[in-house]
Design a protein around this ligand. Structure first.
Ligand code: NAD
Length: 325
């Protein structure tokens, strides 16, 4: 059995990816600060440890052929756009990438996947909510709107450098707003789809929900199963990337809230409040992935939102239940 490592296997996308790899027949080692919060890990071996420590990275890559590096200090807008966590975000995530590449190289790892982000794209191309530019070639001249984005860009270059100088096979994807069950849904690190599902699930029939900003900012959201499919296809291809893995179905945050209200069968008022926002508009551009892999994500947003709403409402009910008990 081929032995693979998933860094960040206790996280949202990492736990889904580990399950997919185990189902495909790989022997999977996971490493993370924590076990998955909402499901059993599918990893055959799980190291609970801190990848900022080079010795942990050394142990993690031992005997491994392929590495999927998804570990990062990250969260939604409330975490990465306030400025309060910038030093941690940059130091922690850069340390993980430096360690994994250096220890992976020394241990003879053959292939590495790295999860970059749409947050690397220049803010100046994302001021018009109706026409954001996010083609891969538009990344430079660089001007990400967050330190999180700058770290991702630095690390993309780090992976490219190790490939150039040490012959490692690397594959880099830029994820655009991945969502789905088993993701953070409360506590400050949750992203817009999970936060909106939670607020709508918690609200009484005649209630209201709060949304940061005027809600006219646009985004696209990709269901986690499609993200994992894209990662696997990219890893098995001879294309290094960086390439977008995202949806091209762009919606405003107000529209996203309306979609979830329809799913929930509730008609709530929306109250707009000040909050951290990020860029005005962002959408995936899937021309390159379609050209290079002959595939692009295509399932409708509504389908993934239904599954996510069902899952988040169950979490909300269980929490209320445990508070009553
Ligand atoms: P997540 O926060 O659920 O998962 C990241 C995991 O990394 C967490 O479980 C965390 O505990 C782990 N981690 C953090 N620091 C660590 C350390 N020092 N040592 C070991 N483990 C550590 O996030 P996610 O949504 O699953 O994202 C996975 C990757 O995809 C991240 O690199 C993220 O930046 C990238 N990405 C995600 C999205 C998205 O919409 N979810 C978008 C763009 C990029």
């Amino acid at each position: 059995m081929k032995r693979v490592l998933v860094c960040g296997a206790g996280g949202f996308i990492g736990s889904h990816l580990a399950r997919r790899l185990a189902n495909e027949g790989f022997w999977v080692r996971g490493v993370d600060l924590k076990y998955p919060e909402f499901s059993q890990t599918a990893c055959h071996e799980f190291i609970q440890a801190d990848l900022r420590d080079p010795q942990v990275a050394h142990k993690a890559v031992e005997g491994i052929e392929d590495v999927y590096q998804l570990a990062a200090d990250m969260g939604g807008a409330g975490y990465i756009f306030t400025g309060d966590h910038d030093a941690d975000v940059m130091h922690n995530s850069a340390s993980i990438n430096l360690n994994i590449l250096e220890e992976g190289r020394k241990a003879g790892v053959k292939r590495l996947f790295y999860s970059s982000s749409a947050c690397i794209y220049p803010a100046y191309n994302q001021e018009d909510p109706d026409n954001p530019v996010c083609s891969e070639a538009s990344a430079y001249p660089a001007a990400p709107d967050s330190e999180y984005g700058w770290e991702k860009l630095f690390s993309e270059r780090l992976y490219a450098s190790y490939s150039r100088n040490y012959g490692l096979e690397v594959h880099v994807a830029r994820f655009h707003n991945i969502f789905g069950p088993d993701g953070t849904w409360e506590g400050g690190k949750e992203k817009a789809p999970a936060a909106i599902c939670r607020k709508i699930s918690e609200a009484p029939e005649d209630g209201e929900i709060e949304i940061w900003g005027d809600g006219k900012q646009t985004r696209s959201f990709l269901f986690v199963d499609e993200c994992v499919e894209g990662v696997r296809r990219l890893m098995e291809s001879d294309f290094a990337g960086p390439v977008n893995i995202g949806s091209e179905e762009m919606v405003s945050i107000n529209q996203l809230a309306e979609m979830v209200m329809n799913i929930a069968g509730k008609k709530l008022r929306i109250r707009h409040i000040p909050g951290p926002l990020g860029v005005r508009g962002r959408n995936s551009d899937n021309k390159l992935i379609a050209e290079k892999l002959g595939w692009a994500p295509s399932r409708p947003l509504e389908e993934g939102l239904r599954k996510t709403f069902d899952w988040v409402s169950t979490q909300v009910k269980n929490r209320v239940g445990s508070m009553v008990a």
